[in-house]
Design a protein. Structure first.
Ligand code: CTP
Length: 407
């Protein structure tokens, strides 16, 4: 469960109950398991916890005002739910529950909830008599019927001194409920996958680098497909213009050496897919100041970068069970790919022909999947030209089949 909410954005709505003090800890715990937490604080909530504490703990601006046009808060009631993966109301007071059940929207929190199109969880917190009141019970039943998940409330001594049911459940129970909501089931559930994607940039001086044309589209699509199949997915990517993939822990790097360090830190894992176009060479020395014209063209001494795929494939005893490489070839695709598969020691290799008008940056890809068996024989399976998303899906199906046959 350590990083189970990586890539997830939780919108936390804090309404006005004494349990709001626990929401501060809730922000910390959700962030500890990787979530980004954005908060809406009701006016009553702000009587119990200050916007400053909420902002400091979430490291995000706090949203309070339905009518604010400044500070990037305009139309926040629409944007906030659109930009989240889950909306969580903790504590949820009897008043806010009533407004939700009846579709009232007279402040930012209730307007966000009415405009919400994301899964919704509430952690009620109120006096026991209020909780058992038929009006509250009817409102909660209405919300449940609409698919709202209700966490708690718990029993025990309340701030008012009375005993009963109505306490907000402990923070750990809320974090567990949120984590369980995102725990994807699927054929690769329980498997941990590392994917590399994009190019690497090798600095020449503070403003220039050696790089290549990789867009990261194929690697990112593979990470998305594997995550959808339930795998805990870590994506190590070089500089790309793509958004992070939802549900995937993304680590951004620049150079090959940074990519290797991030990959080694992600071990152990069950599967590694090296789709990055790693720069083969870097400058032996990086100039500390900008290289200037006028003294003739600079001489570039290059040294070879570490081979990430080969390192992972030979990383005994932490070698992933299934190591998949890519081969970007401009000619003799099959022969070059076959010897690359054997040379690097990976299990499968996805080979494709590249050129300035092919593959890099495009949405389609025609690949051949080469597999090496225990006897070191290589078989080749050419796939039809298809979208990079479909290549990713098919590769994921092959991975699932591999683990089904040899669990
Ligand atoms: N790769 C890697 N680290 C490197 C170079 C390549 O992990 N330093 C990986 C790529 O991610 C890919 C595979 O190795 O999965 C093959 O990459 P490719 O660029 O096709 O091969 P090269 O290693 O550059 O070999 P060649 O120069 O013979 O094409």
């Amino acid at each position: 469960m350590t990083n189970s909410l990586h890539g997830r954005t939780i919108l936390l709505i804090i309404s006005g109950g004494i349990a709001a003090y626990k929401s501060l800890d809730l922000i910390r715990r959700l962030r500890e398991v990787g979530a980004r937490v954005r908060c809406v604080l009701t006016q009553a909530g702000a009587e119990f916890v200050t916007p400053l504490s909420v902002a400091a703990l979430s490291e995000e601006p706090v949203f309070t005002d339905l009518f604010a046009l400044s500070d990037g808060q305009a139309m926040a009631h629409i944007r906030l739910s659109r930009e989240s993966d889950l909306v969580l109301v903790a504590p949820a007071t009897a008043n806010l529950i009533g407004k939700m059940a009846h579709g009232l929207a007279d402040d930012l929190a209730s307007a966000v909830l009415l405009a919400n199109d994301k899964p919704l969880m509430i952690a009620p917190a109120m006096n026991g008599a209020m909780w058992s009141h038929p009006a509250v019970q009817a409102n909660v039943a209405t919300l449940r019927q609409r698919g709202v998940a209700v966490i708690g409330p718990g029993k025990g001594l309340m701030a008012c001194g009375e005993e009963g049911e109505g306490r907000m459940v402990e923070v750990a129970a809320i974090v567990e409920a949120v984590t369980a909501h995102f725990a994807v089931s699927g054929p690769l559930a329980g498997k941990r996958v590392l994917v590399t994607s994009g190019p690497t940039y090798e600095p020449l001086d503070p403003v220039r680098f050696l790089g290549n044309r990789s867009s990261g589209k194929q690697g990112h699509a593979i990470a998305a497909a594997l995550a959808l199949s339930g795998a805990e997915t870590i994506l190590v990517t070089g500089p790309v213009a793509l958004p992070d993939v939802s549900g995937v822990r993304t680590i951004h790097v620049e150079s090959a050496r940074e990519m290797l360090a991030a990959c080694e830190a992600a071990l152990p894992c069950d599967i590694a897919v090296c789709a990055a176009a790693v720069a083969d060479w870097r400058a032996a020395d990086t100039a500390s100041g900008k290289l200037k014209k006028g003294t003739g063209a600079p001489r570039l001494d290059l040294v070879e970068n570490p081979d990430i795929l080969a390192t992972l494939a030979q990383s005994c005893p932490r070698r992933p069970r299934l190591v998949i490489g890519f081969a970007a070839e401009t000619e003799s695709v099959h022969d070059n790919a076959k010897s690359k598969l054997q040379r690097k020691g990976c299990d499968w290799l996805v080979a494709n022909q590249v050129g300035t008008d092919k593959v890099f940056g495009k949405d389609d890809n025609q690949v051949t999947l080469l597999r090496r068996n225990a006897q070191d024989e290589v078989t080749a399976d050419p796939w039809p030209s298809q979208s990079k998303t479909d290549v990713a899906r098919r590769l994921t199906e092959e991975v699932v089949a591999f683990f089904n046959h040899s669990p």
